[in-house]
Design a binder for this molecule. Structure first.
Ligand code: FMN
Length: 162
């Protein structure tokens, strides 16, 4: 899929089919994340965790009654280490955006997730299971899978051309 088509077609998918994505698609999405711009080029301060283990996915899902990752069969957690420049959130969002567009280009459903991050950070047991390197903190979650339907909303943001 061409880039502008992927940008048009990306939407936050909140209903996933019970079907896992292929390793080939997953690798392309992870690589797209790695191609993102990162402040000061400090890629060593970024970390990507791919969770497809159903036991761990269920444990995360059971942390709350709310649906925080919509039973996506693949949950990606983007973590970062703040080196004092406070760019960890921006960097993680850049990595996430590349991954969302790559997933769309591959015909997959995806969603940017924030709520799940708060829950994971609060739960020491789950946090430990992520085996993050020392000093890394989860910043962004992404749900990936096959979309059950579509929900494209046209957005508008005020622009001032000066
Ligand atoms: C920083 C950020 C945090 C978000 N967190 C969540 C979330 O925790 N749960 C959720 O369902 N959607 C979340 N979203 C998705 C937004 O609600 C969604 O992108 C927005 O409503 C626009 O819809 P669209 O993505 O379908 O175009 C988040 C998006 C961003 C950029």
């Amino acid at each position: 899929m061409e880039l502008f088509e992927a940008i048009e077609k990306r939407f936050s998918n909140r209903k996933f089919l019970d079907k896992q994505i292929s390793n080939s698609d997953l690798n392309k999405i992870v690589k797209a994340g790695m191609q993102a711009p990162v402040g000061r080029g400090k890629y060593e301060d970024m970390h990507i965790t791919v969770i497809q283990n159903n036991i761990l996915l269920d444990e995360i899902s059971n942390l709350t009654d709310r649906s925080v990752f919509y039973n996506a069969p693949t949950l990606v957690i983007i973590s970062a280490r703040d080196d004092g420049h406070g760019l960890d959130k921006e960097n993680s969002a850049c990595v996430a955006m590349n991954m969302l567009l790559a997933a769309t280009a591959l015909g997959l459903g995806s969603i940017y997730l924030n709520l799940v991050i708060g829950l994971i950070k609060e739960n020491k047991n789950i946090l430990k299971k992520l085996s993050l390197p020392e000093g890394f903190v989860p910043i962004v979650g992404i749900g990936l899978g096959y979309a059950d339907g579509s929900h494209i909303i046209k957005h508008s943001i005020d622009v001032n051309y000066i």
